[in-house]
Write a protein that binds this ligand. Structure first.
Ligand code: ZN
Length: 323
């Protein structure tokens, strides 16, 4: 397809949350990810945008949330991404089950299937979160957060895969193959798996098309969008042109400060983003103090006073309160 231009895998996955403190306590406190950036939803700057990742904020490890407080819940159905899959080391299953239980959270008995073990949890807003211990997962792609509560050897290794639920596996799959350059690697009943780039953990998407569902809705407790990585602006431009050539709508390139993004809906109505790897989260904060203050892009700085007055006060994992 795009002659050498490939999507490298998942860049980040963004969800909609309710209470911001509960969101921090789960993703930083229980899962032990590093809160690498505290910012606001650039399209709705009265709402936080939290970014949780590895120590450096490496793309592929980054789960992000808009905590909307009291807001309508999402609903399972066509057009949503219903679940987040994180990769954990294969030998860390017992550690994680114990850790989750010791926090008083409900956890199902781990499910063993082929080469993987699955631990199924829910975040405080009911979003299903599955920890996948896969035999062949590449454990070298992340920088464990050494200042966090989870020992490096058990630290989450980034996303394992993305998942979408759509009315037609065929249409969503053709879009992945013909426009975005994914390869089909498995086809089952109502579930087709694709990989991009070098494939493997972090570069996988499952397309589910169970019959008889209604339309789903994005809201509290659901994924808002899935972002795929490109190495640079040129590659992003190539994909943007391909999306347009195939008759789909796509936004202009939007500068998100820490990466540049384009957004578009795939045929099943799930919102995708293609984001550049750089410049990254170390652009405006040193690694030692990442995510310990409210970071705003320059164009929102004039609104800092108002933003600070409307954001609810939250306590960070290190005890500091913001805004
Ligand atoms: Zn995004």
């Amino acid at each position: 397809m795009s002659g050498g231009f490939v999507l490298k895998g998942i860049h980040h996955i963004t969800g909609v949350a309710g209470n911001p403190q509960n969101n921090i306590d789960f993703y930083a406190g229980v899962l032990g990810l590093r809160l690498v950036k505290i910012s606001v939803n650039q399209d709705d700057p009265g709402v936080y945008h939290f970014f949780y990742a590895d120590e450096r904020g490496t793309p592929g490890t980054d789960a992000t949330f808009f905590p909307y407080g009291e807001a309508p819940e999402g609903a399972y159905g066509y057009g949503v991404s219903p679940r987040i899959y994180f990769s954990i080391p294969f030998d860390s299953v017992d550690y994680w089950v114990e850790r989750v239980k010791s926090r008083g959270l409900r956890v199902e008995e781990p499910r063993r299937a082929n080469d993987e073990v699955l631990i199924e949890l829910r975040d405080p807003d009911g979003l299903p979160v599955t920890l996948v211990a896969h035999k062949e997962a590449d454990d070298k792609r992340v920088y464990p957060w050494r200042g966090g509560p989870v020992p490096s050897e058990h630290f989450i290794r980034g996303f394992h895969k993305a998942e979408i639920v759509v009315a037609s596996c065929k249409h969503s799959g053709m879009f992945l193959e013909d426009v975005l350059g994914f390869k089909k690697v498995y086809e089952g009943l109502h579930r087709v798996t694709y990989e991009t780039g070098d494939g493997g953990s972090g570069a996988i998407i499952d397309v589910l098309c169970p019959p008889g569902l209604g339309r789903g809705y994005v809201g509290v407790g659901s994924v808002h969008h899935i972002a795929w990585s490109v190495s640079d602006d040129v590659s992003q431009h190539v994909f943007r042109e391909r999306i347009l050539e195939n008759g789909f709508r796509v936004t202009p390139v939007i500068d998100r400060k820490w990466f540049k993004s384009i957004y578009f809906r795939e045929p099943g109505h799930v919102l995708y983003e293609i984001a550049t790897l750089g410049p990254g989260f170390l652009l405006d904060e040193p690694i030692e103090t990442l995510g310990t203050r409210l970071s705003l892009p320059e164009w929102l700085e004039p609104m800092r006073g108002w933003i600070g007055s409307v954001l609810p006060r939250v306590k960070l994992p290190n005890g500091i309160e913001v805004p």
